[in-house]
Design a protein around this ligand. Sequence first.
Ligand SMILES: Nc1nc2c(ncn2[C@@H]2O[C@H](COP(=O)(O)OP(=O)(O)OP(=O)(O)O)[C@@H](O)[C@H]2O)c(=O)[nH]1
Ligand SMILES: [Mg+2]
Ligand SMILES: [Zn+2]
Length: 324
Amino acid sequence: MRFPALGPYGWNDRWEALLAEHPGCRPARVVRHDGVGLLLATPDGVVASLFSRRLDPAPTVGDWLATKGDDPAAVLPRTSLLRRRSSGSDTEQVLAANIDVVLLVCGADRPLKPGRIHRGTAVAHDAGARPVVVLTKAAVAGDAESMAMQVEEWSPGLEVLVTSALEGVGLDAVRALVRDHTVTMLGESGAGKSSLVNALIGEGTAATAAVREGDAKGRHTTTTRELHVVPTGGVLIDSPGIRSVGVWTDPDAVDATFADVDGLALECRFTNCGHDTEPGCAVVAAVTAGTLDPERLGTWRVLQREAEASTSRPPQREQRRRDE
Ligand SMILES: Nc1nc2c(ncn2[C@@H]2O[C@H](COP(=O)(O)OP(=O)(O)OP(=O)(O)O)[C@@H](O)[C@H]2O)c(=O)[nH]1
Ligand SMILES: [Mg+2]
Ligand SMILES: [Zn+2]
């Protein structure tokens, strides 16, 4: 393989073959994107690129580029694109490209919110990425083990890792998950995303700051998405905290998140059943029988509506704004 220096960034035969379609070009991976320009991992090291050309699609963190001289010439076809509904403006916001795993990072020092987990799962499924819940600060706060059981109840089958970055708990499991993959994180400010980066890569890689006393709210310490190489293999993208994960997905991604509801719906008398007042509805029957959590059905409804609204809208260009 050419360009061994990019191996740690995930360069492989797939990308090599795609680059071959751009004669005379060299590869680079987008490490950071901060409005003004790109930080690129190239065969010669990490360089800043203040490019002027408009690329379509606009490059985002995690993208592989074909570069000519110092200039990005093309974005290589993505394996996945992580996106969400931007808070405030009702548009699609692109979060990262070529993602294999999405860590839904939740602090054990604050209450878990089922809607947040379901939304994060749907956003990951939409990108074709594997969602994994990471409970942080387990050694110092809350009761992480019962929180993990709570997640299992809300989302049967969803993987959960219990960690404590500063105390060195559960980190080998995170390392094993990141190895050979591109992994990004979704979570509230102060959840401990950057602390996890530092635990895996080395103290001082990413800035962290103490959460507020009382409600454990974070201070939005991380302001850009940045890709880091993990010494034990794989890359990890640190991200700013997000208050809400709006879904901007295909309704199929929501169905994949709620496989139980989707499976029940197959048994409804009507194929277009709204699971509301229709006779012979297997979903409502499951709620009545106590085998389906009504709150889970409620979240499913909300996400279905959001997903349907996003597919009925024409695609829009990525908005460049901060996460809040
Ligand atoms: N004791 C302990 N403290 C932790 C752990 N993880 C995070 N913290 C603390 O929680 C606070 C917030 O952590 P950060 O890593 O900055 O959180 P973040 O998710 O990156 O926050 P934003 O960048 O604002 O989105 C810091 O004071 C950390 O030291 C942990 O595993 N153990
Ligand atoms: Mg941070
Ligand atoms: Zn029904």
